[in-house]
Design a protein around this ligand. Structure first.
Ligand code: HEM
Length: 523
């Protein structure tokens, strides 16, 4: 009976509910039609041109083994701004002075973040560093510490002794090889000197070991770090396949992180023990001591251990491979051209003479050497791309829509080889810099970008340039350089590898012939 009485009400409500449903559907259809009409006839968001990609992987497979070269070819086809989809990551690549100035200067505030990557989580201590950290208070805080406490002109001056001693060791080792008539592996020389200089500046000594263990080879750790940082890890582009770790990168990242932890935990503990007097020897004058000394609030530590370790890794990675790769390219070009080598040696001899060694104070007196270094930055940049950036808001670049969260790559390699900017771009011609302001680290016309620009500019440009100039000046002053028999200027392999840094594909090997009195080679 009750059911019969309720029936009209149920029917009414059902009709009423149906009306709501019909109304909702109508609104949705209308909205959808409106969106479609708008997309068809309304103002369209114009994205930069670029190649069509495949489903899921997008343009990843078009990157090949040397993405900077693949991109340079794409710039020729599509223009100075190219849009790609790397897996699911919208990416924009730029390579002209005007666009790079727009990204790093005019719109720096929009383009200054870094993308989130697996490497950042695992190796960079969950973005506790600052090179890979997203733009924000943590990045600002840590960067300020590095610029104001670690890389100040005063602190750099106070560590000149370490750099001088290490370059003397380098000269001693090369001289030994020369006496034995051995061919010198230049990559080992440059990697060795940049690593020992940075180990001493940062950690207070040349190598480190946890108690009772063999010293870890930092060189190997940094090479591994660069390999993994530059790798195109599938998880970052196609997250749904990430768990498979098909390339084995994540396995290697965890291994690397454990090795780094082992070394740096021992370093920090040793510094604490030295500072508290638990261990004899006194407090070292190095960057770790500075970081440990920073005052925190209410007696707390200023920086957590993970942040300190992340900063040390940033500085070590930022300083070592970049300067070693620059030196190897510069030396390859110098040995290929006896004229350039002679001109450099004359310049150094004129300032220093042959009765003493080059010091760090001399390097500002070598304008032609600076031209050689600038030309190396142009033709053989240490890294083919600047560290990737990410947009923090929707914006417009060259009239194209760039949404928030787009990855932005600056193709430094292609910038330096553009025929629109450079005459005979593939020719190594240091003289092209002779009438330029050589003391300016940054090129105001954005024709080269060795250290980036803007908020994310390299904080170590002074130290990096000094290390490169001093190493080259010492090697050229102390030795005459030739290729081993069978190698000529034309046969030398001048192709590069791809990675975060881009060294010569084949290690540079050379013969050193001493040109100073024997006592100047003593270590
Ligand atoms: C010849 C030597 C060097 C070269 C060619 C070089 C190049 C660069 C480049 C291209 C960037 C990226 C800039 C950008 O994202 O726009 C960078 C960033 C950076 N470099 Fe260097 N660098 C050198 C030496 C150094 C040294 C000596 C240090 C430290 C001791 C260092 C630490 C860093 C750090 C920490 C960043 C990240 C900055 C940030 O994201 O805020 N670099 N470097």
């Amino acid at each position: 009976m009750d059911m019969l009485r309720l029936l009209p009400r149920v029917v009414t409500e059902w009709i009423h509910g149906g009306q709501i449903l019909v109304t909702a559907c109508s609104v949705m259809v209308a909205l959808l039609s409106f969106t479609m009409v708008l997309a068809r006839f309304g103002p369209r968001l114009k994205f930069p041109p670029g190649p069509k990609g495949l489903p899921i992987v997008g343009n990843l497979l078009q990157m090949g083994a040397r993405p900077h070269r693949a991109m340079t070819a794409m710039h020729k086809k599509y223009g100075h701004i190219v849009y790609l989809r790397l897996g699911c990551v919208p990416t924009v690549v730029v390579d002209s002075p005007a666009l790079i100035a727009e990204v790093t200067k005019e719109q720096d505030s929009v383009f200054s973040s870094r993308p989130h990557m697996t490497f950042t989580d695992i190796v960079a201590y969950d973005a506790h560093d600052f090179a890979m950290a997203p733009y924000g208070p943590h990045w600002r805080h840590v960067r300020r510490i590095c610029v104001n406490e670690l890389l100040t002109p005063k602190r750099l001056a106070s560590t000149a002794r370490e750099r001088t001693e290490e370059s003397a060791c380098m000269i001693g080792a090369v001289s030994e090889a020369a006496q034995k008539g051995e061919v010198v592996d230049m990559r080992d020389v440059f990697a060795g000197v940049s690593m020992t200089v940075m180990c001493r500046m940062l950690l207070g000594r040349r190598e480190f070991a946890a108690t009772g263990q063999k010293p870890k080879d930092f060189k190997h750790l940094i090479h591994e770090l660069f390999r993994l940082m530059g790798a195109l890890n599938l998880r970052d582009f196609v997250p749904c396949l990430g768990w498979l770790d098909l390339q084995g990168f994540e396995r290697d990242m965890y291994k690397l992180r454990n090795e780094i932890d082992e070394v740096l935990d021992a370093v920090i503990q040793e510094h604490r023990d030295l500072a508290s007097g638990k261990r004899p020897g006194g407090k070292p004058n190095d960057f770790v001591s500075v970081l440990l000394d920073l005052p925190g609030e209410n007696g707390a530590l200023h920086l957590k251990d993970d942040t300190m370790k992340a900063i040390i890794i940033d500085m070590m990675a930022g300083a070592t491979d970049t300067s070693a790769v620059t030196n190897e390219w510069a030396m390859a070009e110098i040995i290929r051209s006896p004229r350039i080598q002679r001109k450099l040696q004359e310049e150094i001899d004129n300032v220093v003479g042959r009765d003493r060694n080059v010091t760090e104070a001399d390097v500002s007196e070598f304008p032609y050497l600076m031209c050689v270094v600038k030309e190396t930055f142009r033709l053989h940049p240490a890294g083919p791309f600047a560290i990737p950036r990410e947009t923090m808001a929707d914006t417009t670049l060259n009239g194209y829509h760039i949404p928030k969260g787009t990855r932005v790559l600056i193709n430094i390699f292609s910038l330096g080889r553009s025929a629109e900017t450079w005459t005979e771009p593939l020719k190594f011609q240091p003289e092209r810099w002779e009438n330029e302001n050589l003391s300016a680290i940054h090129d105001p016309g954005f024709r080269i970008l060795p250290f980036g620009y803007g908020r994310r500019q390299c904080p170590g440009y002074n130290l990096g340039t000094t290390m490169v100039l001093l190493t080259l000046a010492r090697l050229l002053h102390a030795f005459e350089w030739r290729f081993p028999s069978g190698v000529t200027a034309d046969s030398l392999d001048m192709e590069e590898l791809y990675g975060c840094t881009s060294p010569l594909r084949t290690r540079l090997r050379a013969i050193a012939i001493p040109r100073l009195a024997p006592h100047l080679y003593a270590q």
